[in-house]
Write a protein that binds this ligand. Structure first.
Ligand SMILES: NC(=O)c1ccc[n+]([C@@H]2O[C@H](COP(=O)([O-])OP(=O)(O)OC[C@H]3O[C@@H](n4cnc5c(N)ncnc54)[C@H](OP(=O)(O)O)[C@@H]3O)[C@@H](O)[C@H]2O)c1
Length: 253
């Protein structure tokens, strides 16, 4: 089915920050592909919500991004659904501590795969569609790609790789495809009582070091992604920190 509106794929788009990016782009008239792995119900509910606003303007797309064959199957699926792709937002991620002495090879594989390996292979697989559309990639990085977050060495290493991928692909995919990143600070705490959870006192310490003295919200990230996709035709190879100023105080607390 050929669709003339612009099409964006948001990985991990069923909930939290990804869903905010999906809703924001959709409200601007984009057709959205909501990628999910475990969050099928949330993805279906979001697609239903967006269909009610504009029929046939949202589709869910399943893939376990740890599996290269599932990544490689996506271009065909996207062509069937929307006939092309204008923007890829690499948002999917896993996040949890890996204390020294306790980190395992599984931790390494999970964190490196979701935050660095998958964005690379997905960008590579979708590059022909993006070249065709003169499209764009936005990688959701982290301010901790540059300054470490205690007890999260492997996650920080993975995001540092994603940061370098942003700079490198901006050169490799130019002149047709722009590649940029957004680096969130404290935007949405991981769910309590999960492996990712951040203790209350650590949350308070983090917020105390934010010059704007508060956390951000998923819409802050969505607005910046939208800026890079829609309003920044001469920007490539840049990463914008959306962190209330925290990256300037990190490591100086
Ligand atoms: N939240 C923050 O304050 C914050 C701060 C700094 C950076 N960030 C970055 O901003 C982005 C969004 O943050 P978030 O907190 O909203 O993310 P999140 O809830 O931790 O994860 C988003 C989604 O990623 C998907 N995912 C993870 N591994 C996957 C895999 N191997 N294959 C397929 N899907 C996978 C999951 O989808 P399913 O549920 O469908 O499995 C998950 O719901 C991430 O890149 C994160 O690193 C966030």
């Amino acid at each position: 089915m050929l669709n003339k509106t612009k099409v964006a794929l948001v990985t991990g788009g069923a909930q939290r920050v990804g869903a905010a990016i999906v809703r924001h782009l959709h409200a601007q008239g984009w057709t959205v592909l909501v990628h999910y792995r475990h969050s099928q119900q949330a993805a279906m509910a979001l697609v239903g919500e967006l269909h009610n606003i504009r029929p046939m303007s949202a589709f869910s797309v399943y893939a376990n991004l740890d599996k290269i064959d599932e990544i490689d199957a996506l271009p065909k699926r996207i062509l069937e659904l929307t006939g092309g792709l204008d923007a890829l937002v690499n948002n999917a991620s896993t996040f949890y501590p890996t204390r020294i002495g306790r980190a395992s090879l599984d931790d390494w594989n999970n964190l490196i795969s979701s935050n660095a390996r998958a964005p690379f292979f997905l960008s590579q697989a979708l590059n022909p569609l993006l070249q065709e559309a003169h499209g764009t990639i936005v990688n959701i990085v982290d301010i901790h790609a540059q300054r470490p977050f205690k007890q999260h060495t492997i996650y920080c290493m993975a995001k540092a790789a994603l940061q370098m991928m942003t700079y490198s692909l901006a050169k490799e995919l130019a002149p047709k495809v722009r590649v940029n990143g957004v680096a969130p600070g404290a935007v949405l705490w991981p769910q309590a009582q999960t492996a990712s959870a951040i203790a209350n006192d650590t949350q308070q310490q983090i917020l105390a070091s934010v010059p704007l003295q508060r956390s951000g919200c998923p819409e802050d990230i969505a607005r910046t992604v939208s800026f890079l996709i829609n309003d920044a035709p001469y920007i490539t190879g840049q990463i914008i920190a959306v962190d209330g100023g925290r990256s300037h105080t990190l490591g100086l607390e």
